[in-house]
Design a protein around this ligand. Structure first.
Ligand code: ZN
Length: 294
């Protein structure tokens, strides 16, 4: 729905109201500033909560002007690794909350179909899930703002390529079906948060987000440039077979991503069998398109 001037009125510090056509004035909790909203949407989530969401394109965050570049890798263990060595993890549910969720789900499976008890359990489960989603969204906002503020250029992996290399290896170290299922679920959640983070980054740092072809970022040594499948000691540890450089595997990948086209150029050369120590091709073959808004 489009917002006309005067359609949104602040009642007091906590409450405001919005005029909804054919319904009238609807009161809502004022949780953040809405200025320059062009439209709004009223939704009801799985927990039965109603939301009024105003579509606001956030004001771009000014670049620091330090020419600082950061590479961000979507990690397997943590949510994101930065080329600075920082490991960021997106919060989910705590151990207690997770246990409660499992308990509620068990009770739900025993509850009679169509019973009131079943309905109540469903709402409680949905509330826990909604809490998890809220936390994740909050993390994405904060992380996006932080990166846009600290770095002039933010390089992220081009996931179209990365997804293939990761999934080919993924199932080997997942022994039980249950474990695999859980890992798959977790991967899905991570993928969602990652997509949201990149989308928000493009809005907060327009023209400063670059996508890097990242096919070899996990096998390339960020210290000497050697690309070898044997470089990766484990999912979590990177150890270069040539120079012995050891690092957190996700941080090593993030450092390659920070290098952008240079790393990609070398990786392509390596695959073609040419000398690894040869001159780095600075022709930007994969010049990252400047992303525009989502
Ligand atoms: Zn090395």
């Amino acid at each position: 729905m489009a917002v006309k001037p005067g359609d949104v009125r602040r009642v007091n510090r906590r409450w405001a109201r919005v005029r909804v056509p054919k319904v009238g004035w609807v009161r809502f909790r004022w949780t953040r500033e809405v200025s320059g909203a062009r439209s709004y949407r009223v939704t009801r989530d799985r927990a039965g909560r109603w939301h009024v969401a105003f579509a606001v394109t956030p004001a771009p965050i000014p670049a620091p002007g330090t020419r600082a570049v950061v590479g961000v890798d979507r990690g397997v263990v943590v949510s994101a690794a930065l080329s600075t060595g920082e490991l960021l993890s997106c919060p989910g549910l705590g151990a207690g909350e997770r246990a409660r969720l499992v308990r509620l789900q068990r009770r739900l499976s025993r509850a009679r179909r169509g019973s009131q008890r079943r309905g109540r359990l469903k709402v409680r489960i949905a509330r826990l899930r909604a809490r998890e989603v809220d936390r994740r969204k909050d993390w994405v906002e904060k992380t996006g703002t932080d990166l846009a503020r600290r770095f002039d250029v933010i390089r992220v992996e081009d996931l179209k390529i990365r997804r293939m290399t990761r999934s080919a290896r993924g199932s080997v170290d997942a022994p039980g079906t249950n474990v695999r299922q859980k890992a798959g679920l977790n991967r899905g959640i991570l993928a969602q948060s990652w997509g949201l983070l990149v989308a928000r980054l493009k809005e907060k740092a327009p023209g400063r987000v670059e996508k890097v072809p990242a096919a070899y970022t996990s096998q390339r040594c960020s210290a000497c440039g050697q690309v070898a499948p044997g470089n990766r000691e484990s999912q979590a540890v990177f150890r270069c077979v040539v120079c012995g450089h050891t690092a957190n595997a996700d941080v090593n990948a993030a450092m390659n991503i920070a290098l952008g086209d240079i790393a990609a150029g070398r990786a392509v050369t390596a695959r073609g069998g040419a000398a690894l120590a040869g001159p780095v091709n600075r022709e930007p073959q994969h010049h990252a398109p400047i992303p525009t808004g989502v």
